[in-house]
Design a protein around this ligand. Structure first.
Ligand SMILES: [Zn+2]
Length: 414
């Protein structure tokens, strides 16, 4: 049906030139000169194809295939064009360009569209330059206030708004995405599961939530040479015991729970002093809201249990909580059908990383499609996805959008 993987590949290679690094990645930070170049190229393609382009007040860009029902809520595809420093060329860009290929290939069926189709490019998804990820999508969905976003600064003290103006992409508030009939984001997996299970496509059911904590054990500081073992209240030993106990419990669960202890510190931190305090960080993740809350409670219980056994004191401070996002059941179902209809094997999974879809979910039904990442690598120059897999994902997504947007179902007439 007019969809061309060669055309997609050609555009992809051209986009990958902008900010290309020596070892095959891209370095294209949000609102930099290179970001402007990428935006200019995308705008050029959109206008060349005859799409209406609009830019909102956060620099989010939308290309639109209107059809005969401009008043209807659009089906939106897309992702982001910015990268982390020395990142990969697939992250974000692939979703933007696959979306573009699909609406371009459906252009000849514009008369049969039941609603407009759009491709979205969201600003500063990576949070690499302005230090909040998914800033553009979060801003239009009310997660961040306009002033907060505009006043954000990069490491050199440059303001978001000034940089947005400088590169010429400060559009108007009225151009924001408001409601969507559906938002479908294709993205690389950024993990090893699809490759390990030899599945070309991931049907993403949601994004896991996370809970962050600061755990503190308090004991009694004392002389390392004069305090007998049975007289010690060593908070470091309690902390290690708690970490080990939590870790063992997580392994016994054999479910999707993930726990990470990323930071560890002791006070006063001297080789010949029994510490007075041991502090570590706790990152707990699970795709289900109530299960996540339950896991947090159990972890807190295990920490208190250890403090009681050791006669030390414990504190578990809550730092932040991001609830999981469950994508739309009907969209997940349609995606499964598209995979089956094209005889493409798929894995149902949750996203371990945050994506724009997480916030756009607030504007309407949302789902994501993953393509495999070789060796699970991403956010690095080695990031790679096989073009055979991309071609399969393109077919699935094309079929999916056709099912959702075309009034007459085309019988496999490719
Ligand atoms: Zn991304």
């Amino acid at each position: 049906m007019g969809m061309k993987v060669e055309r997609l590949k050609r555009r992809f290679d051209e986009m990958a030139q902008i900010g290309a690094t020596e070892r095959g990645g891209v370095h294209r930070l949000a609102l930099s000169d290179l970001d402007r170049e990428a935006r200019d190229l995308w705008t050029h393609w959109s206008e060349e194809a005859g799409f209406k382009v609009r830019v909102d007040d956060f620099g989010n860009m939308f290309a639109r295939l209107e059809g005969n029902f401009p008043e209807k809520k659009p089906i939106v595809l897309g992702s982001h064009l910015d990268s982390v420093p020395k990142g990969g060329k697939f992250d974000g860009t692939l979703g933007v360009l696959v979306g573009f290929e699909i609406i371009e290939s459906l252009q000849e069926k514009a008369e049969d569209l039941s609603c407009p189709l759009e491709v979205a490019v969201f600003t500063n998804e990576e949070g690499a330059r302005f230090p909040t990820p998914m800033l553009g999508s979060g801003a239009i969905t009310g997660v961040f206030s306009k002033q907060h976003v505009y006043d954000m600064q990069d490491d050199d003290g440059k303001r978001f708004e000034d940089e947005l103006k400088r590169i010429g992409y400060q559009g108007e508030e009225k151009n924001r995405l408001k409601e969507v009939e559906a938002f479908i984001e294709l993205h690389i997996e950024q993990g090893p599961l699809l490759e390990a299970r030899e599945k070309p496509v991931g049907v993403v059911k949601g994004i896991q939530g996370l809970s962050w904590h600061r755990v503190q054990f308090i004991g009694e500081s004392d002389h390392a040479g004069t305090t007998p073992l049975e007289h010690r209240k060593d908070p470091l030993l309690s902390a290690v015991k708690a970490i080990s106990r939590i870790n063992n419990w997580i392994h016994r669960l054999e479910d999707e729970t993930l726990v990470t202890f990323g930071k560890f510190d002791t006070l006063p931190g001297s080789i010949n002093v029994i510490p007075s305090e041991a502090v570590f960080s706790l990152d707990i993740r699970h795709p289900d809201h109530s299960v996540l809350l339950d896991r947090v409670e159990t972890v807190k219980h295990l920490i208190r249990e250890v403090a009681l056994e050791d006669d030390t004191q414990s504190l578990c401070e809550d730092l932040s909580f991001m609830p999981p996002v469950a994508f739309d059941e009907s969209l997940i179902d349609t995606l499964r059908e598209s995979c089956r209809a094209n005889e493409i094997d798929y894995l149902e999974m949750f996203s371990g990383a945050g994506h724009d879809a997480m916030y756009i979910d607030r504007l309407g039904k949302t789902v994501m499609i993953f393509t495999p990442s070789q060796a699970g690598k991403s956010h690095c120059e080695e990031e790679e996805t096989d073009w055979e897999d991309i071609e399969k994902a393109l077919r699935v997504m094309h079929d999916n959008v056709a099912r959702l947007a075309l009034t007459h179902q085309p019988a496999a007439d490719e």
